[in-house]
Design a protein around this ligand. Structure first.
Ligand SMILES: NC(=O)c1ccc[n+]([C@@H]2O[C@H](COP(=O)([O-])OP(=O)(O)OC[C@H]3O[C@@H](n4cnc5c(N)ncnc54)[C@H](OP(=O)(O)O)[C@@H]3O)[C@@H](O)[C@H]2O)c1
Length: 361
């Protein structure tokens, strides 16, 4: 098998881990000896064990590892976290060569493992594993460096961009396949962000209801400045995921954190919660990917501050007219030069709907 194929397999292992590894990045690893793949590993749920250790653990006779090559989509860790440093295990099992895609920009690692491996006599090669791996690693690096998670906005609208009727009816604008893809998007993100308007008007559950993936319902962040949400709403029925409620530091109400519901005080800016602080707080809690599920005011706030990295826009072949609620509320744009610009990445037909993916320009 060519080296190119090993890189692709390691990449596939990393993709397998997306959405499940919070607070660690999704990493893929494979162990190859004498041209034979001995094992494949990927970062396990909740981030441990790391991909390299997951791959090592699957090899029964550890003597087989001696002289093997380890392909890893990110530099192995060199620090003690929830687990001991991976680099020590790589040295202990006498790998001959380690091929990594990138140096880990986490200041706790930052080339330390490469140095340690080399001084233990292990050949280390840094090689381009391709754009997809770079993108995954960059999401992790940005979250560490700038406290900026990767933010995806999901919109389900009519062809004329309406997300609900004037009576707040929104079930269902798009077809069942589009909605299933929406659920898949939930499973691929570490948390959801939603405005209180959507929770109050729709009373959604916001979980992942795909067969076999129900355990992958992301944690939930809600903006509820005035603490208006009643505790009998459906989002509160699940005790298995964390729910964070952002509220205003002007509120005097006494509130109690419960086991899975936490309240976070945020400053206000122009009578809404300061959205930049919201995003930084989410990142500070270790979340690297956020899926925004509306509504129109929250989407506008994020767009106004250029905080959206990607949009997954589902459009039904239906028209609602101007009584409907716009997907994006007021952006206060008067001039064409101030339009929010995105790059169209792909367009797909889903029966009679269309899914367009846009990326920040
Ligand atoms: N089809 C779709 O894709 C889709 C998806 C989601 C929602 N929807 C529809 O959207 C409608 C709700 O949209 P909406 O615009 O009324 O509500 P929203 O965007 O869900 O929530 C807005 C509310 O969140 C609170 N908030 C606090 N800080 C904010 C900030 N920085 N930016 C924005 N909001 C902030 C404010 O209420 P407080 O001041 O009380 O905190 C604000 O009124 C519903 O009808 C729902 O069906 C459709």
């Amino acid at each position: 098998m060519s080296e190119k194929k090993y890189l692709r397999i390691a990449e596939r292992m990393a993709l397998r881990a997306i959405g499940t590894t919070y607070p660690n990045p999704p990493v893929g690893a494979i162990i190859v000896n004498d041209g034979r793949i001995l094992s494949r590993g990927w970062t396990q749920p909740k981030g441990v064990p790391h991909a390299e250790i997951h791959a090592i653990n699957q090899i029964k006779n550890k003597k087989d590892i001696k002289g093997a090559h380890l392909y890893c989509t990110l530099e192995p860790c060199s620090h003690e976290g929830k687990t001991p440093p991976c680099v020590d295990k790589i040295i202990e099992f006498k790998f001959a060569k380690v091929i990594i895609s990138q140096i880990d920009k986490n200041p706790l690692v930052n080339n330390n493992s490469v140095k340690k491996l080399r001084s233990a006599g292990i050949n280390v090669i840094v090689k381009n594993f391709g754009d997809k791996v770079k993108e995954l690693n960059n999401i992790f690096f940005n979250s560490i460096k700038d406290l900026k998670p990767f933010v995806t906005l999901k919109v389900a609208s009519t062809a004329d961009g309406k997300i609900a009727t004037n009576l707040y009816e929104s079930k269902w604008i798009t077809n069942s396949t589009s909605r299933m893809i929406g659920h898949k998007l939930r499973s691929l993100n570490e948390c959801l962000l939603v405005g209180t308007g959507t929770i109050r008007k729709d009373n959604p559950i916001l979980d992942c209801r795909l067969d076999g993936l129900s355990g992958r319902s992301p944690d939930l962040f809600v903006l509820d400045r005035r603490l208006n949400l009643e505790h009998n709403l459906k989002i509160f029925s699940s005790k298995n995921r964390k729910i964070y409620i952002f509220y205003s530091d002007k509120m005097k109400k006494k509130i109690l954190n419960s086991k899975n519901i936490k309240y976070i005080k945020i400053k206000e800016l122009n009578n809404v919660l300061d959205i930049n602080t919201v995003i930084r707080k989410i990142s500070g809690l270790g979340y690297m990917t956020v899926l925004v599920e509306g509504g129109s005011k929250l989407s506008a706030s994020l767009l106004n501050e250029n905080l959206i990295d990607e949009i997954a826009w589902f459009r039904a072949s239906k028209i609602m007219g101007n009584k409907g609620i716009n997907a994006i509320s007021n952006l206060d744009i008067d001039s064409i030069k101030n339009l929010k610009k995105f790059k169209l990445i792909s367009v797909k037909s889903i029966d009679n709907d269309q899914l367009s993916i846009y990326r920040k320009k």
